[in-house]
Design a binder for this molecule. Structure first.
Ligand SMILES: Cc1cc2nc3c(=O)[nH]c(=O)nc-3n(C[C@H](O)[C@H](O)[C@H](O)COP(=O)(O)O)c2cc1C
Length: 292
């Protein structure tokens, strides 16, 4: 082993003052999960072993390392809500992680307000600018490579409703940095705060130079469920990513649009307007199941 590499096999310990795993796989988004038990006792807790796993339908998941109240509740009701943890809410998010009795309401503990959800019974955090209502799809107990079970559970849920504070939509485009999301680093106390300075752009190979691929970038936004809902594609697209960006504002989905959810493909026809005089109708197919 070269001298400049610290090598270890986790089963035998890392040989460092702190386990670097969390610091390496980081910063991680936080799943701030509200749930309730069958008797309606509310619960709220942060989970940074959290991420998104699918576009259509949107599926998110988090891992309960040990059997915790959130897992027990979600097993009972099949529902949970995800709430965005932001810098202004950081301290209250942290308070909600306190190890307390199952019937302690962490909304109250952390001074947060439950807001009624639309589809699920579990309330979301009113102070959080973004929330997802989720229905459980799978709860998977994790196991080691040798097949032995680990007392950790991956809880996956389909996002069935989304709430976004409108001030986070700039011309209809969700502004990730404006929300000031916080992310978990390693060690006992490290967090990262996201701001606009953290943003840089890099297009996938081929995407910058041909229209269908560029529209594919645009299509990434469609799975937010707004394609056919709002009828204002230009308002949900990342206009700065597109060619003809000043035309796109006039683009509407048409009756001929088709959506094949199994293949994650939208076939659509777009009209590009240049002022009032020029119109081009373009048909294309874009693959939308690829989040990269
Ligand atoms: C930022 C942050 C991230 C956390 N991530 C996890 C995690 O991914 N998995 C986990 O089991 N516990 C995690 N915890 C600890 C739980 O939040 C804590 O055990 C909490 O009491 C669980 O609440 P519950 O029993 O009400 O579900 C995290 C704590 C904090 C502050």
């Amino acid at each position: 082993m070269p001298d400049d590499i610290h090598y270890y096999e986790p089963a035998n310990g890392h040989g460092l003052p702190h386990d670097p795993f969390n610091a390496i796989v980081g910063p991680r988004p936080i799943g701030w999960i509200s749930s309730q038990d069958a008797n309606g006792h509310l619960n709220l807790a942060p989970y940074s072993f959290f991420n998104a796993f699918n576009y259509i339908p949107p599926i998110i998941g988090f891992s309960s390392v040990g059997r915790k109240d959130s897992l027990n509740n979600i097993e009972q009701t099949g529902e949970f809500a995800w709430n965005l943890a932001t810098r202004p809410l950081a301290e209250r998010m942290n308070q909600s992680s306190a190890m307390v009795a199952p019937d302690t309401n962490e909304f109250e503990l952390a001074g947060l307000t439950p807001a009624a959800s639309k589809i699920i019974q579990v309330p979301r955090v009113a102070e959080s600018p973004v929330s997802f209502e989720c229905k459980v799809t799978q709860i998977i107990q994790l196991q080691r490579a040798d097949g032995n079970m680990v007392p950790s559970w991956l809880i996956l849920g389909e996002v069935v409703a989304v709430h976004i504070a409108k001030w986070l939509l700039k011309d209809g485009v969700y502004d990730t940095a404006a929300a000031e999301p916080i992310l978990r680093g390693g060690g006992p106390a490290d967090y990262f705060q996201l701001g606009p300075e953290a943003l840089f752009k890099m297009y996938r190979p081929g995407r910058k130079n041909n229209l269908p691929e560029q529209v594919g970038v645009f299509c990434d936004v469609f799975e937010a469920g707004q394609l056919f809902g709002s009828g204002q594609i230009g308002l949900v697209g990342r206009l700065e990513d597109l060619p003809f960006k000043h035309f796109m504002k006039a683009w509407r989905p048409r009756a001929t649009d088709g959506f094949d959810g199994d293949r994650g493909v939208i076939t659509t026809f777009a009209r590009y307007y240049s002022g009032n005089s020029f119109e081009m109708i373009k048909g294309f197919t874009c693959h939308v199941a690829d989040p990269g």
